[in-house]
Write a protein that binds this ligand. Structure first.
Ligand code: HEC
Length: 129
């Protein structure tokens, strides 16, 4: 027998908890970027960095301009699931994965590793998507 009240309660608990998983992961990373000297992070700056072309390359080359959209790897043509945690709940939930890909993708896109400030700005913006 399904009890609609229990179902409603459970789904609202789920909805409340779901965003917390990536928020805690991102906050942990932001904390470590701050300890490396980064200043306050900015959603706006994160979006600007995302839209910027670095010698013809940008994050959107593979992820599109919209983190909510499905991306496509520029070289291999492989589909890339949306980065936005609102669409893809697996995103931004694993610090190791985030670090690994930010390192790789910054090198590919900017031709160097991103600074702690830049990484924090990217994540601060991406987590709102
Ligand atoms: C050459 C293609 C390419 C470019 C350019 C690129 N990415 Fe990615 N990115 C990937 C691939 C491939 C993955 C890992 C596959 C997957 O998770 O679907 C990934 C994963 C990520 C993740 C991991 C998210 C998670 O929690 O799973 C983040 C964050 C990310 N990219 C940010 C960026 C940012 C910021 C830029 C620009 C500096 C960027 N990417 C540019 C290909 C790219």
């Amino acid at each position: 027998m399904k009890n609609p009240i229990v179902v409603t309660l459970l789904s609202s608990v789920w909805l409340t908890l779901a965003p917390i998983s990536y928020a805690a992961t991102v906050e942990g990373l932001l904390e470590s970027y701050r300890s490396q000297g980064a200043q306050e992070f900015s959603i706006q700056r994160g979006e600007q960095l995302w839209m910027t072309e670095y010698g013809g390359r940008s994050c959107g080359n593979c992820h599109t301009e919209h983190p909510k959209a499905q991306g496509k790897h520029q070289k291999t043509g492989k589909p890339i699931k949306p980065l936005a945690p609102s669409i893809n709940s697996e995103r931004l939930s694993n610090a190791k994965t985030i670090k690994k890909w930010l390192k790789r993708n910054c090198k590919w896109t900017l031709g160097r590793e991103c600074s702690a400030q830049e990484k924090g700005d990217f994540l601060t913006w991406l987590q709102t998507q």
